[in-house]
Design a binder for this molecule. Structure first.
Ligand code: SMO
Length: 741
């Protein structure tokens, strides 16, 4: 936003709560407003009529998030006021002088504090910090409700899927310019430009066509840019009221608490099996921390629906509760509920293998859903479309040379080496696109160039490449002749945006359908021009010829010229087609990952040595883009297992609000990934494709976590929460050494 050509734009700096939980008695803006260059200092009082941001899921309206704090702040970093000044330096200086009068309140930090009897309620009108409860029961017979009925062995565990910060390369950013006639053009670093347009129009009483949202070159989102953020309303309102453009780029440190976080789920699991390793049932209790405002209220349901993973589990009982705490709100983060489900079941399988003294790979094999079972209804909601879980598992073991790895590990274990190896496996299935829809449009111009319109929003995935390849292949035109337009509500008529690994399957399928319609239209035109029956037109290599008459043919450019000639009936449509593709159901990518780690048993230091990934996202359109998604996903998934965690102190102060304290992974901590694919198409779209944006994040985390636990097996460690920091690993070893001594 800093380099947009916005003449005379004011610079914005937000004043944010230093307090995790406090009553807000007043905000004195007078000293700041008197500073040089300051055009305005705005608070909640300047936003009357702008609705708060609603909670999601089934959560009551009273949990809505105010755009600027009104009478209470509920997390450190919550926006209270904004300063608008001629220069960024003036805005920063003036923001220091905004005086906020707080009465501190006791903070609620973590799962136990939120659930404790007498815990101070963040929303006193509600009385409790539990904002939603969910129960799902899968039972073949209604009378027998105990999911562990018939179990000879029960593995029990309590896991914390820790709070993470998404840390997109580009922080949050926004600019707004008032337009003559009362309209507004905004630039937002978002995954959902159409929602930004709609919500701003609604907030300020504008028609949707009076607001244009442009989201150019967004530097990563990972789910954290699926919120129409409070700052957008504040800045759009300021631009409209002041009649001047405004711009804002969030500083990195601010982004660590003001961009939504992800995960933050506690899981209690009991997994029952017979002695031969056949699973009979599972009981799960989830507690989802949603932070201060439950805008991510839908998340825990996604975990609940996916807890069965790739296994046949006849009985399942899930109880989930969502809670509010004095921390940054939780929202989608690369996987949004599915990584939590996979971590739960894949850790539980290893615990079960330990209880049974069986090979964890064998326990997996014994319970995999077989290829004959698709479509497979888990009973939890989802119906898995297609899969070959055993093949992915076979391939990952073969690529890793599991027998060799095991003998290396066992030798070191027997010798009692200081550096111990651990092998971890995970098999996973995830859910993508849901029953979604998306817009696509294809237009051929008289010069032979093609414009492709997509309703999804690229923020680093390479949609421009993928969609241009797809349409260039279908139409037989050069790749360079195709321009892909997205993320501009002034140029694309509609769209839903990018999330849930949906873009190729939904927008790609829309473009497939609309390319087909353009070809049909061109055939009709060619038949007219060449005075033959339409059935005699042969389309190949981007030319429309006549069967049996190789010298007579028309190019796309010629037909587009004809189509745009105003004298022809229907010519106003030109050579173009657009429409929405609706997918009848979700798709379910899957795979198997294997991690090899080396643990220094004296210092607790964990090094990743190998990571082998087999990911099946259905048919592959562009292998390089798929592998790019896999590599990024692996980096983030491995980082959850080994490095990253958002930490608050007992009073709710964030301790990881910079990149020197939040241990984000860099290339130096990772390895050269070894990855491969199987291709099992989905029946739910014409391309046979499933999502890949989140899959590797989902598959990798439990493989690495299982590997760390495996490396500690000789000490008797059965479970270790994430991240496997040196301190946590060292303490786990010391605890066992002390107990054994
Ligand atoms: S974090 Mo995703 O867009 O389900």
């Amino acid at each position: 936003m800093a380099n947009l050509p916005l003449e005379g734009a004011l610079h914005a700096v937000f004043v944010r709560s230093m307090m995790p939980h406090a009553r807000l008695n007043g905000v004195d803006t007078s000293a700041a407003a008197a500073m040089p260059g300051v055009a305005a200092v705005r608070t909640a009082n300047d936003l009357e009529g702008v609705s708060p941001i609603p909670a999601s899921g089934n959560i009551a309206d009273l949990f809505a998030m105010p755009v600027l704090a009104v009478d209470r702040v509920r997390y450190a970093g919550e926006a209270i006021a904004v300063v608008l000044a001629e220069t960024i330096e003036q805005a920063v200086d003036a923001a220091e002088l905004v005086a906020v009068d707080y009465d501190p309140l006791p903070a609620v930090v973590g799962f136990d504090a939120a659930l404790a009897v007498g815990s101070p309620a963040l929303f006193p009108e509600h009385g409790s910090n539990v904002c939603d409860v969910l129960d799902i029961d899968v039972a073949p017979d209604r009378e027998a409700t105990d999911p562990l009925l018939g179990a000879e062995v029960i593995a029990r565990g309590t896991f914390v899927n820790q709070r993470l910060a998404p840390v997109p390369m580009e922080t949050n950013a926004f600019a707004a310019r008032p337009e003559p006639g009362g309209g507004l053009t905004v630039w937002a670093s978002t995954q959902i430009p159409f929602d930004v347009r709609d919500d701003l129009a609604d907030a300020f009483g504008l028609r949707r066509d009076q607001v244009r949202c442009i989201a150019p070159d967004v530097g990563g989102g990972f789910g954290a840019k699926l919120v129409v953020y409070p700052e957008y309303f504040v800045l759009a309102g300021a631009a409209l009221d002041l009649g001047r453009p405004v711009r804002w780029t969030q500083p990195r440190a601010e982004s660590m608490t003001a961009i939504t976080h992800g995960r933050a789920q506690r899981q209690v699991v009991e997994l029952g099996a017979t002695r031969d390793g056949t699973i009979v049932g599972m009981r799960v209790h989830l507690t989802q921390d949603l932070g201060a405002y439950p805008i991510g209220g839908y998340l825990v349901a996604t975990t609940a629906e996916m807890v069965a993973g790739v296994y046949r589990i006849p009985r399942i009982a899930v109880h989930a509760e969502s809670i509010v705490t004095n921390a940054t709100p939780i929202q989608a983060y690369r996987g949004a509920g599915r990584p939590e489900a996979t971590a739960l079941i894949e850790r539980a399988i290893d615990l079960l293998a330990n209880e049974l003294s069986m090979d964890p790979v064998l326990v997996r094999r014994r319970n995999l859903i077989g290829t004959e079972a698709f479509p497979y209804d888990t009973g939890l909601g989802p119906v898995y479309d297609s899969g070959d879980y055993g093949r992915a598992l076979d391939l990952v073991l073969e690529l890793a040379d599991i027998d060799d790895l095991r003998s290396q590990r066992d030798e070191r274990r027997v010798r009692g080496d200081r550096l111990q190896l651990g092998i971890g496996v995970s098999t996973y299935v995830e859910i993508t696109a849901f029953a979604g829809k998306e817009f696509g449009g294809v237009q051929v111009h008289p010069d032979g160039s093609v414009t492709v319109l997509a309703g999804t929003s690229s923020h680093g995935q390479g949609h421009e490449t993928a969609f241009a390849q797809l349409v260039s292949g279908l139409l037989g035109v050069p790749f360079a002749a195709v321009e892909v337009v997205h993320s501009d509500t002034g140029r694309v008529p509609k769209g839903d945006g990018t999330y849930a690994s949906r873009s190729l399957q939904l927008a790609g399928s829309a473009l497939w359908e609309q390319s087909g319609r353009v070809i049909e239209r061109a055939k009709a035109l060619a038949a007219d021009e060449l005075e033959v029956e339409q059935d005699d037109i042969v389309f190949s290599d981007g030319a429309f010829g006549v069967a049996g008459a190789p010298d007579r043919s028309l190019s796309w450019a010629e037909l587009a010229t004809v189509a745009s000639d105003g004298s022809r009936e229907g010519s106003e449509q030109g050579l173009a087609a657009s429409g929405v593709f609706r997918q009848s159901d979700s798709t379910f990518p899957f795979g198997a990952h294997l991690a090899l780690v080396e643990v220094d048993t004296e210092t607790g230091d964990v090094r990743l040595r190998r990571h082998v990934a087999v990911d099946d996202c259905g048919r592959i359109l562009n292998p390089m883009l798929v592998d790019g998604q896999v590599h990024g996903g692996l980096a983030q998934g491995i980082a959850q297992a080994l490095f990253e965690e958002v930490v608050y102190d007992d009073d709710g102060n964030p301790l990881t609000a910079t990149l020197s304290t939040y241990a984000m992974a860099s290339a130096a901590e990772l390895v050269s990934f070894e990855n491969a694919h199987t291709e099992t198409p989905t029946p739910h779209n014409p391309l046979g494709v499933k999502g890949i944006g989140e899959a590797a994040t989902i598959g990798s985390t439990p493989a690495v976590q299982n590997a760390v636990v495996d490396a500690l097996a000789r000490f008797g460690v059965k479970h270790l929460d994430m991240p496997a920091s040196p301190e946590r690993v060292w303490r786990a070893i010391q605890a066992k050494r002390t107990a054994g001594a």
